[in-house]
Design a protein around this ligand. Structure first.
Ligand code: KE4
Length: 429
């Protein structure tokens, strides 16, 4: 049966009548790759099926949460079991206590953690806390860093904002962004200059310790250590946005993998096992500034939702028991090597960045160490690659400025099939 998207097109046309762009998050619209977005019907392990019953090897994994693969039996059982007791109470539950104790134990820098519903909320809340704790107003972010869509963070943002070429969103008042300072990733000199000029006004630096929203860009040797020292010297807080890297690059996240301890950490994606949950946390003397213990307000009707906590608890317990990280490293290496060899054989400039099971193939010579170098990629070639791989049953993130994700459910056969498909596509360039 030849590849067709009839039902996706029909449903997307209906969706666009009642949902902006037909999607509930912009990057899903496939705008930057010019293709027709597909609607997904179901997933199992490393595979998904769209509404036209086309099967794909999935490298999006819901944008990171599904490190164990789709419809993991333990996750389904835990959510089904929790649902029998009810779906939400607006009160604390025993499972939230058990879950918070586990999160604090797994992530080196945490003594206390607050559960929220999205990475946006986690980052927004962590920075409000940093401002309340330090009594300073300015924050520093990285060009191409994406920390959700709070007004003052949509400044030179990555992910969908970069993908759509609107890194500074409409609707953000100049006043909201005036205290946001921006530096290039992997550039300690620029950061030192910012601190020399504004050091005693800066509440925090927020950074993805492994950047994933300009495509995957790992930290250069010494970068994270430099961030730590500069913020310590200036009595500013270092906030690691580990919404993507948390529980992915290591069980304890990038801070465990690279051995650098932030003051606050934002977590999301994997922590909720695919259900809406995120968190922020840090040392107790900072976290106790959060209401009701302290003056920094933050709240949420569905925070710590019983079903999301059930999914997250099962996810983290399974990860700690199974420790799939060596397998993910081996698969990630196999994929990166295979793609690099396929591109080299066809004379296609392809630079691959990887951090464990986070991978991005940039259509440029490289190196790619920050947003400016990522923007040097050939976006037309990427779009052709994405659309051609889709038709060959390989579902890649529909943006050059996103990371692809492997799961423990991916097999060497999946990787081999992916490399074979890429080889065919490179031959068609
Ligand atoms: P959410 O509000 O989308 O749950 O999380 C925001 C966020 C914060 N920090 C990091 C490092 C993130 O990667 C994200 C969200 N990631 C994007 C994909 N890169 C979500 C996909 C989407 O926007 O649809």
């Amino acid at each position: 049966m030849s590849y067709q998207q009839e039902r996706s097109k029909e449903l997307m046309a209906r969706a666009q009548q009642v949902i902006p762009g037909g999607v509930n998050s912009p990057v899903r619209a496939f705008k930057s790759v010019g293709g027709d977005a597909v609607l997904i019907d179901r997933g199992r392990g490393s595979h998904i099926w769209d509404v036209d019953d086309n099967e794909y090897i999935d490298y999006v994994g819901s944008w990171g949460p599904l490190i164990l693969g789709h419809a993991h039996p333990a996750t389904l059982a835990a959510v089904n079991e929790a649902a029998q007791h009810g779906v939400s109470f607006g009160a604390s539950t025993e499972r939230e206590v058990i879950f918070a104790e586990l999160v604090v134990r797994l992530v080196p820098s945490l003594q206390k953690v607050r559960l929220v519903n999205s990475g946006t909320e986690a980052c927004m809340s962590a920075l409000r806390l940093a401002r309340g704790f330090t009594k300073r107003d300015r924050i520093v972010k990285v060009e191409g860093g994406y920390h959700g869509h709070a007004d003052y963070l949509l400044v030179r943002a990555g992910s969908g904002a970069e993908t759509l070429g609107i890194p500074d969103s409409a609707g953000v008042p100049a006043g909201a962004a005036q205290d946001t300072l921006v530096v290039p990733y992997n550039d300690l000199a620029a950061l030192r200059d910012i601190f020399a000029a504004h050091g005693d006004e800066i509440a925090a630096v927020i950074v993805e310790p492994v950047a994933g929203n300009m495509g995957c860009v790992p930290p250069e040797p010494g970068y994270l250590e430099g961030l730590r020292q500069i913020t310590l010297d200036a009595k500013a807080l270092l906030v690691f946005d580990e919404v993507m890297s948390g529980f992915r690059v290591a069980l304890g996240g990038a801070q465990e993998h690279y051995g650098v301890t932030p003051d606050l950490t934002c977590l999301g994606k994997i922590i909720g096992g695919g259900l809406p949950m995120a968190a922020y946390g840090g040392r107790a003397h900072i976290m106790d500034h959060v209401a009701p213990n302290g003056p920094v307000y933050q709240a949420g009707t569905l925070s710590g939702n019983p079903l999301a906590v059930a999914a997250g608890l099962t996810m983290l317990e399974t990860l700690e028991r199974e420790m799939p990280y060596a397998h993910l490293e081996q698969l990630g290496n196999q994929l990166a090597q295979g793609l690099a060899e396929a591109a080299k054989d066809k004379g296609i400039p392809l630079h691959i960045n990887r951090a464990g099971s986070m991978v991005t193939a940039f259509f440029c010579e490289g190196p790619v160490t920050n947003l400016a170098s990522a923007q040097g990629s050939d976006l037309e070639r990427f779009a052709h690659y994405h659309n051609s791989m889709l038709k060959r049953g390989i579902y890649l993130p529909p943006s050059q400025f996103e990371a692809a994700f492997l799961s423990a459910a991916h097999s060497e056969v999946d990787i081999a099939r992916t490399v074979d498909a890429a080889r065919e596509v490179f031959a068609s360039f």
